[in-house]
Design a protein around this ligand. Structure first.
Ligand code: GBH
Length: 539
């Protein structure tokens, strides 16, 4: 490759922090005291209709609520956010190692994933804990740069052996492993060689990576996500200038170059996966949320449609609705992107077995102040090319209230909007008609100011997050009782972890992690999530 992996680290990242524990730790039994659920505070816990004393209309509908036995559920994480062991056992650097180490201020207090939750060594205990509380599935991502330190070229057997043991440990504990191939940790070498996702060259490299992983784990893992939230990682382009190979592609176009590579990589990976593992469920993870026109003006409803098109639609129309972009997206991208060929559209169409959505929140959507047409005519308008505005507040004429309680101020995009979840699920089903149903593959809540708490009992008593899960699960049950085919849920996250640009200052874990001792503690929300299935899932 013309450069050693060590040189890649030394030149582009520099020294990394190393954890005190750096060999695999065996699990110890989870103390039974850790598994005592919290007392019901502030409101009753989930009731089954016929057991409920509630008289309200809402609770009367409970008798129709249930999860079928086939409904799958669990908790989720992503490699860079939990693993640590940054340089260990041959891992190559990724763009996130550069962003956290070199780009001053990119993450809060320049926090990194060097150690994170040290799950690379502590996975056995983590799996023992989630099994002890009754979780049937664990969704994690594999770090591409562990398997291929350069992203292409030589394969690192040590990393394959590591993930093999992680997968085997899950199975040993009766926890189904669900694997994501890519959760934003792009091998640095690929970014520096051809611009990463900006180049279609990445498609071959991604498919080769997938092939190695499918071949090795295909007999043990049957649910696979190819890529996590392309809307998010394609929008990290343009990357900060000066740290990566320069590109001549205009900034606003870069996310769409990335998008086309992603779609092609996904579709080819899907086809390969189905060939190697005919009984598998393969999908990509979309994200966004329900978009509610702020007012009943025509402009706001047009803006809302544009927001769907440039949000979920950019990925979901090609995969579920015939292989091509939504018209509004195509109008824009056709001025610079090559069109997808008929063969590519054919490969894309029907390339996701389920509609997997990371559905955290919902938002009101409106036309830009200058109007949609003026925004579209001005490529430097901050909202161009989507030309839709987002807010979490009702209009002033309705009092300006929040759509629902705000999460931590570090996650201003997240409000509890569980009331809108049934409408959202109907919309997805009606619009994209996924044959295999819908899975909510991430949902969770950054409990406000949790990082400021110092008393373990206060941290564990996460009632904002608990109510989020309580209401969210009810919303799913309601939608299912109305005929929406929801097939699974994965809660974000198994543990507090590196919240990307927010570092460790925003917490999404259903388990607290003491970052000094690496000790884990279940929060109230975890019990509430589990309880939804204890109460409602058919045995
Ligand atoms: C998920 O994305 C990620 O998959 C996961 O890794 C992450 O830890 C989790 O959310 C919690 O954040 O800062 O205003 O530019 C959820 C969808 C979309 C949320 C992009 C953050 C950035 C909004 N994400 N969004 S902003």
């Amino acid at each position: 490759m013309g450069i050693t992996v060590d040189d890649l680290w030394n030149l582009y990242v520099g020294p990394v922090e190393v954890a005190k524990v750096n060999t695999t730790v065996q699990a110890t039994p989870v103390p039974s005291a850790d598994l005592i659920p919290p007392p019901p505070h502030y409101y009753g816990s989930l009731y089954k209709g016929h057991e409920s004393s509630y008289e309200s209309e809402l609770y009367k509908t409970n008798v129709n609520w249930s999860f079928p036995r086939t409904f799958w559920w669990g908790v989720a994480s992503a490699a860079y956010q939990v693993e640590g062991a940054a340089k260990d056992e041959g891992r190559g650097p990724t763009i996130w190692d550069v962003l956290t180490h070199r780009v001053t201020g990119f993450t809060v207090a320049n926090q990194t994933g060097d150690i994170a939750d040290n799950q690379y060594y502590l996975y056995k205990q983590d799996i023992a804990r989630i099994a002890a509380i009754g979780t049937p599935a664990y969704s994690f991502s594999i770090a591409w740069s562990r398997i291929f330190p350069y992203g292409r070229g030589p394969v690192n057997e040590q990393a394959l052996a590591h993930y093999e043991d992680l997968i085997d440990t899950c199975i040993e504990y009766g926890v189904e492993p669900i694997v994501t191939l890519y959760h934003w940790d792009l091998p640095l070498y690929l970014q520096n060689t051809y611009g990463g996702w900006l180049s279609e060259e990445i498609v071959d490299d991604f498919v080769e990576y997938a092939r190695v992983v499918f071949r090795r784990f295909g007999s043990k893992v049957s649910k696979w996500a190819t890529l996590n939230e392309p809307s998010v990682f394609c929008n990290t382009y343009p990357l900060p200038a000066g740290y990566f190979k320069a590109t001549g592609i205009p900034a606003k176009q870069q996310p769409f170059y990335c998008g086309q590579s992603v779609l092609l990589a996904h579709a080819r990976t899907y086809r390969l996966g189905k060939q190697l593992m005919p009984n598998s469920t393969i999908f990509f993870k979309n994200n966004g949320g329900y978009k509610i026109p702020l007012t009943n003006s025509t402009a706001d409803s047009l803006a809302t449609q544009r927001a769907w098109d440039f949000g979920e639609g950019l990925w979901a129309n090609p995969t579920f609705l015939g292989g091509d972009y939504p018209a509004s997206v195509k109008n824009y991208t056709s001025t610079f992107l090559r069109p997808l060929t008929a063969a590519e559209r054919g490969m894309l169409d029907g390339s996701s077995d389920i509609f997997a959505h990371d559905a955290y929140t919902s938002q009101f959507t409106s036309a830009p102040d200058v109007g949609i047409a003026a925004c579209l005519a001005n490529t430097s308008h901050p909202l161009f090319p989507t030309c839709a505005n987002t807010t979490y507040q009702y209009p002033a004429s309705l009092g300006g209230w929040d759509i629902g309680p705000a999460a931590d101020p570090g996650s201003p995009w997240l409000h509890k909007a569980t009331d809108w979840v049934p409408r959202f699920l109907h919309y997805v089903q009606d619009t994209w008609k996924p044959v295999g149903g819908i899975a909510v593959t991430e949902f969770g809540f950054g409990e406000p100011f949790e990082q400021l708490k110092t008393v373990l009992g206060d941290i564990r008593s996460d009632y904002g997050r608990t109510m989020y899960y309580h209401d969210y699960m009810e919303a799913i049950l309601q939608a299912m009782s109305e005929g929406v085919d929801v097939v699974g849920t994965l809660a974000w996250s198994i543990v507090d972890n590196l919240e990307w640009a927010q570092g460790y200052t925003v917490k999404f874990g259903m388990q607290y992690v003491n970052l000094t001792t690496q000790e884990r503690s279940f929060k109230a929300s975890y019990f509430e999530y589990v309880r939804a299935f204890q109460v409602y899932q058919r045995k």
